[in-house]
Design a protein around this ligand. Sequence first.
Ligand SMILES: NC(=O)c1ccc[n+]([C@@H]2O[C@H](COP(=O)([O-])OP(=O)(O)OC[C@H]3O[C@@H](n4cnc5c(N)ncnc54)[C@H](OP(=O)(O)O)[C@@H]3O)[C@@H](O)[C@H]2O)c1
Length: 383
Amino acid sequence: MKNITLLGATGSIGKSTLSVVDQHPGQFNIFALSANTNWQAMLNLCQQYQPVYAVMTDEISAEKLKTALDNDTQVLSGEQALCDIASHQQTDYVMAAIVGAAGMSSALAAAEAGKRIMLANKESLVLAGDIFMDAVKNSGAQLIPVDSEHSAIFQCLQGGRSGLSKIQLTASGGPFLHTPLNELQSITPDEACAHPNWSMGRKISVDSATMMNKGLEVIEAFYLFNLVPEQIDVVMHPQSIVHSSVYYEDGSTLSQLGNPDMRSVISYAMAYPERISSGVEPLDLANNSPLEFYVPDLEKFACLRLAFEALKQGGNAMGTINAANEVAVDAFLNQAIGFLDIPHVIEQTLEQTNNTVLGDLDAVIANDQTARNIATKIVTKYA
Ligand SMILES: NC(=O)c1ccc[n+]([C@@H]2O[C@H](COP(=O)([O-])OP(=O)(O)OC[C@H]3O[C@@H](n4cnc5c(N)ncnc54)[C@H](OP(=O)(O)O)[C@@H]3O)[C@@H](O)[C@H]2O)c1
């Protein structure tokens, strides 16, 4: 029986993880759960799964949960409590599924403690890729990607890296793949969140619509698979059936295919190197044809171009674009700026930040804060 600490339990990945756990009651046990403010959903989860710990990052929500709960679950609050449950001696596996930079410290705590980290929080690698990968190496942690593209590549590479020439991430293009650039400014948050294939949280849904999600994934892949930027390619694939591909020098390409449902990816991370049922329907290729592929339009999807630029700049640039994007997406979701202002905020934040090397976590956090301050000022220009 493996004890799971599920960070971000009330989110989209959190729910899918619990769905896989429900299907394998003898194999996985929910040891600890976390959320931010949604104490009502957490109350239900605590009643159902009876975890030893429940962490609400927000203190007031923790108090409300404590008052409402009538079982033995210990309710904690704050960022340190997240790190404590992630590195707890009784935790075997950590699902790192908090959204945004807020998920970095706890994912890093799991890495330092040598856990199996099932990493959905790509921001950990975008902000602190070198520090994170060093922690994994030094502690002997097992890092398993929980992003459909990276899981696909991880699965393809099980046969080895000999002769690897490049990887290719597929991108659905989100809801606006065929929308002309001049129609994008008036897009509403609900339209941006209506992803044609994947059901996800609102922030990542907007990131998919701008293709910043793919940009963050390019950076994530750079660290996970120890590549140079030139070895990372992106292809548009609206059906989201081919989850990504690995190209070899002999002309061979390996791809991983499946229906777009994160439970396949999550169950793989939980059972690795075995495979277990996930509740996902088998792929019916004949009913999914034709499968289409296009070269991405980097003028329309400027966020993807900016992510490649940040990766090439290196140092703090990747954390800077991530922070600027979080500020811009939040402003967009609150209808303070338009859809096409998101890349403008990111580009100007990058221009206004000095390119430096980030040696430790304090420097990563300071850069994140600086970039947020700059981006917040830029947002007011567009608001
Ligand atoms: N959804 C997908 O299909 C998918 C696929 C690949 C990768 N990912 C990655 O997985 C991560 C989670 O995505 P998601 O779609 O599941 O997000 P989501 O549905 O928005 O859920 C986010 C979770 O994080 C918690 N949270 C939010 N802000 C927090 C904070 N400041 N401190 C602590 N916890 C906080 C939320 O708690 P409350 O409910 O209390 O707010 C919730 O449990 C992201 O990094 C995303 O890029 C997602």
